[in-house]
Design a protein around this ligand. Structure first.
Ligand SMILES: CC(C)(COP(=O)(O)OP(=O)(O)OC[C@H]1O[C@@H](n2cnc3c(N)ncnc32)[C@H](O)[C@@H]1OP(=O)(O)O)[C@@H](O)C(=O)NCCC(=O)NCCS
Length: 226
């Protein structure tokens, strides 16, 4: 099983029932967000996770509990073979879920592309920077957006977040849209064992990283929260 769930947080209302799904620690975290849009994003992300994970595990959503790994990735508690990763930004929350593959996902608003291009020298690997420089100027911002979301989906699938050196691995593209990962030995991984996809989803770019030896494709679902 490999599923990609998405929803627009702006379409979900804050109600007593959604707030009641938060644990006391999550309620405290919820209140720490000052911009209302970020606070709402936090709430809807937790509701999405608990709803989909609860349905998949066959338990009430209220019973879904999390622990975090040493780098902050939420995991199910008690431990479960179910692997998941979530990403959220203004207008889109996405959850990638599998019962057999390590997964990571990342989204950014497409309007951030010029900003990510400006950040490129600080965050991309040498091979990515030379590929970027070889592109026509008009294609570079979109490539930077794609690279950034792919890189984040990979560091999230590894569970290590920004503890993984961003210049230690490079995404390369072939003429047919194929995506290949090259990893330096210091990062202790084999890029050939991963599959990557990137797609435009409305006003967002959404990328996924899936560790799988054979070709796999997530089923895509809009999440309807009850
Ligand atoms: C993992 C990380 C790179 C994702 O950040 P992001 O792109 O801004 O945010 P996304 O919306 O795509 O993902 C956030 C979600 O990823 C998950 N996540 C958190 N740490 C994670 C990790 N180490 N691995 C995988 N997933 C992680 C959480 O579910 C988080 O949701 P939450 O914010 O509701 O808790 C970032 O959270 C991270 O590395 N944090 C560590 C702290 C750090 O190094 N901060 C420096 C910032 S420059």
């Amino acid at each position: 099983m490999l599923q990609l769930w998405w929803l627009n947080p702006e379409k979900v209302r804050e109600t007593e029932a959604t707030l009641a799904l938060l644990t006391p620690e999550e309620r405290a975290q919820h209140l720490r967000f000052i911009p209302p849009i970020k606070r709402h994003e936090y709430l809807v992300t937790r509701v999405l996770l608990k709803t989909i994970l609860g349905r998949t595990l066959g338990i009430p959503k209220e019973a879904v509990q999390f622990a975090t790994n040493p780098w902050g990735r939420p995991e199910l508690s008690p431990p479960s073979p179910l692997r998941f990763n979530v990403t959220h930004t203004e207008g889109l929350i996405a959850l990638l879920l599998s019962d057999q593959h390590e997964v990571g996902t990342d989204t950014e608003r497409s309007s951030r592309a010029p900003r990510l291009l400006a950040l490129a020298p600080n965050v991309f690997a040498p091979a990515e920077l030379s590929d970027l420089a070889a592109l026509p100027t008009g294609q570079r911002a979109h490539r930077a957006l794609t690279l950034w979301t792919l890189k984040e989906s990979y560091i999230k699938a590894r569970g290590m977040g920004l503890a993984l050196a961003l210049d230690g691995f490079a995404f390369r593209f072939d003429a047919h849209g194929g995506i290949r990962l090259e990893v330096e030995p210091r990062l202790d991984d084999d890029g050939a064992r991963w599959q990557f996809e990137t797609r435009t989803h409305g006003e967002h770019q959404l990328s996924t990283a899936i560790r799988a030896d054979a070709r796999v494709e997530p089923t895509v679902h809009e999440a309807l929260l009850d």
